[in-house]
Design a protein. Structure first.
Length: 350
């Protein structure tokens, strides 16, 4: 729809699309700033005070994201808890960022604690900004900011993030730039923890991948390697399963993953660069009350910093070097779009 057509149909464009700058005023979320992005039937809530991570995603009123029992929380002391204490502050949401000094399992190296899923998920954005305006004939909505992970005598890494969507399109892109602003080479780890929950997630929801091989992380998951592709119903006190996938890639160097609920005829397609994010893990949380499915593209192993360093090495940025990567998310609405996505996955070459 053109600008002129929309002007005739609306008083304010906020009827159909726009960005609201909000702040929560009570409970554990008190003081938490966020952007709410409305794009017709597509809705996103992006947390300014948590690394511009995406807490909520819905489409036509159907929620796609998982939210942990903690609910929404502003950054606090539990974010810095050693060991598994971070589980008291990990909210899930549609996407939280794990890194930049560690992902997944906590560890200690030379007396230093590396937190579960790292620090960056709880870092507030510096220079946060939002724009909603016409550009080259389309109404583009954009939020951006940067997060710094730094330490006296230590690292100085900056994550610059931009999220964009265009009115009339049921997709959005997340573009990240990681820069090493120190004067020494610096290892960095990043994992995008993308979490699906009810009602999109239910018994029978499918994960469609161009997987070459799959392996369970531990003995529990290895017993379920033949059932990674279809979500079972919630089971009281069931253990989590984590599967390690080797994904095929397309000629342009990207790969993809789709989560589909056939009964709702709804789903989502994720596309991301294989070279920048060569690891892909699936988190299948079957437990009642913790019912979730996670997609985890990463540049390091699910076994964490020590394992990655000992098996192939950590990604390293030279002084003032920048790595850029883009993730694209597209809603799949209806059986025809889901069937097309299945064909797209099946067509990825070996």
């Amino acid at each position: 729809m053109t600008k002129e057509e929309l002007r005739r149909l609306t008083g304010s464009l906020q009827q159909v699309a726009g960005i609201r700058d909000i702040c929560f005023e009570s409970g554990p979320a008190k003081g938490l700033g966020a952007y709410e992005i409305h794009n017709g039937p597509l809705f996103l809530r992006v947390l300014k005070d948590r690394s511009l991570d995406i807490e909520e995603l819905s489409y036509k009123g159907t929620g796609f994201n998982f939210l942990a029992k903690t609910g929404l929380m502003a950054p606090g002391p539990s974010d810095l808890a050693p060991g598994s204490g971070a589980q008291r502050s990990i909210m899930g949401g549609f996407l939280f960022t794990s890194g930049l000094d560690n992902i997944c399992a906590p560890c200690q190296i030379d007396g230093r604690d590396y937190l579960m899923h790292g620090h960056v998920r709880s870092v507030p954005a510096e220079l946060p900004g939002a724009q909603a305006r016409w550009e080259e004939g389309v109404y583009r909505m954009r939020v951006s900011g940067e997060m710094r992970e730094a330490e006296l005598f230590g690292e100085n890494l900056v994550l610059r993030r931009r999220l964009e969507t265009v009115y009339g399109e049921k997709s959005f892109t997340l573009t990240d730039e990681i820069e090493n602003q120190s004067l020494r080479p610096e290892p960095f780890l990043i994992l995008y923890h993308i979490n699906f929950g009810y009602p999109l997630l239910n018994a029978g929801t499918e994960l469609i991948l161009p997987t070459r091989a799959v392996q369970g992380r531990d003995e529990t998951a290895q017993r379920h390697e033949d059932s990674w592709a279809v979500m079972p119903p919630p089971q009281d006190n069931a253990p989590e399963n984590v599967f390690l996938h080797q994904l095929k890639k397309r000629p342009d160097g990207t790969t993809l993953a789709c989560v589909v609920n056939p009964s709702l005829a709804l789903g989502l397609k994720l596309e991301f660069p294989s070279a920048a994010l060569p690891y892909f893990m699936e988190w299948q949380s079957r437990a009642s009350g913790d019912y979730a499915l996670g997609l985890e593209p990463a540049n390091a192993s699910v076994f964490g910093r020590i394992h990655t360093a000992e098996n192939g090495g950590l990604a390293v940025l030279e002084p003032f070097a920048v790595q850029k990567q883009e993730l694209r998310f597209t809603i799949l609405d209806g059986e025809a779009e889901i069937a097309a996505a299945r064909r797209e996955v099946a067509a990825v070459p070996d």
